[in-house]
Design a binder for this molecule. Structure first.
Ligand code: FES
Length: 327
């Protein structure tokens, strides 16, 4: 069982914590040891519970001694965002040097950067870097409301008319078909946002037969096709039956019940946490980007770190139930 990849830990001290948008905090940390932060990198932080969470680096100070994070207070928080939002200046916590699993390749003829909601935290530094090297890019930023769009004034100031804003409740929501329809085969598209948005872009990308290596993404694995609801998980071979609350993942619930789980990313990307489904009463809400569409439809496995089960339509009083197989 592992949670990070070769991370080097140090102490970080909270310099400031301010609202960046509705339910999003801008947190600046001072670090004992200077770091080198590349676009697309993130840091892991250790919570008061000892658990580890990953947060994208919005920016880093020129001397590498400060890093800025943007943290969304999730209504289904497993404890991470609640802990982060409760930090106050002067508080200390364990934090890693920047880790990279969403690298930006410099040198493409054109770029589209697509951020949905809090996904801007993973995309923002890419925009800064592309601006810095004089690249041809567009930064497409999608949000439900203007007040939920973090870092908007800084982004507008930096990117000018290269920033393309889509606000759902202002009637300017993103048309994915138009976005992908305007991309040519040499454009690289980097995206981070809700699963629904990224799924729609991936489907349009495949339909247009654009080169798959030019589509790169990072997911937070915290949004699905259905609202999160309680469901029951059973593992008959281990004598386990427990309820998965709306504020925890299936992986959390299985660990709480004493099941020894494997995991790494906890974001629906690596597949290490996958479990076999023996039976399901309800619908599996696949929230990962690990499985293909065919595998998701077959629903013989799911990624326990992000995916959930919802009740059958027409059975509002009966929670969804998934029975897992142990191989
Ligand atoms: S831990 Fe990586 S997909 Fe679940």
């Amino acid at each position: 069982m592992s949670a990070t990849n070769q991370a080097s830990w140090q102490r970080g001290r909270v310099v400031s914590i301010d609202p960046a948008a509705d339910a999003i905090a801008r947190i600046v940390l001072a670090l004992d040891t200077p770091v080198r932060a590349e676009p697309g990198s993130h840091v892991d932080v250790r919570l008061d519970t000892g658990e580890v969470r990953s947060y994208s680096l919005v920016s880093a100070g020129a001397d590498g001694r400060t890093v800025t994070l943007g943290v969304h207070l999730s209504p289904t928080s497993r404890g991470g965002s609640r802990f982060m939002h409760a930090l106050r200046p002067g508080d200390e916590l364990d934090v890693t040097a920047p880790l990279q699993n969403f690298p930006l390749r410099i040198g493409a003829p054109r770029y589209v950067l697509l951020a949905g909601g809090i996904g801007i935290t993973a995309i923002s530094a890419m925009g800064t870097a592309l601006k810095g090297v004089g690249a041809d890019y567009r930064l497409v930023y999608v949000a439900r409301t203007r007040s939920a769009a973090a870092f908007l004034s800084e982004l507008a100031g930096l990117h000018g008319d290269r920033l393309e804003l889509h606000i759902d409740d202002e009637g300017t929501g993103l048309d994915v078909g138009t976005l992908v329809g305007g991309v040519d085969a040499r454009t690289e598209l980097y995206m981070c946002g809700p699963i629904r948005l990224m799924d729609a872009v991936r489907r349009a990308w495949v339909d247009r037969e654009l080169p798959l290596p030019n589509l790169r993404y990072e997911t937070f694995g915290n949004s699905g096709w259905f609202d999160a609801e309680e469901f029951v998980v059973k593992v008959p071979d281990l004598g386990v039956e427990t309820t998965v609350g709306t504020d925890e993942s299936l992986l959390d619930a299985l660990e709480r019940a004493g099941v020894d789980m494997m995991f790494d990313c906890r974001k629906g990307e690596c597949g290490l946490c996958q479990v076999g489904i023996a039976a399901v009463d309800g619908t599996v809400d696949h929230r990962d980007v690990f499985y293909s569409e065919e595998q998701k439809t077959a629903a013989t496995k799911l990624c326990a770190c992000v995916s959930r089960v919802v009740r059958r339509p027409g059975a509002p009083a009966v929670p969804g139930t998934v029975t897992l197989a142990v191989h």
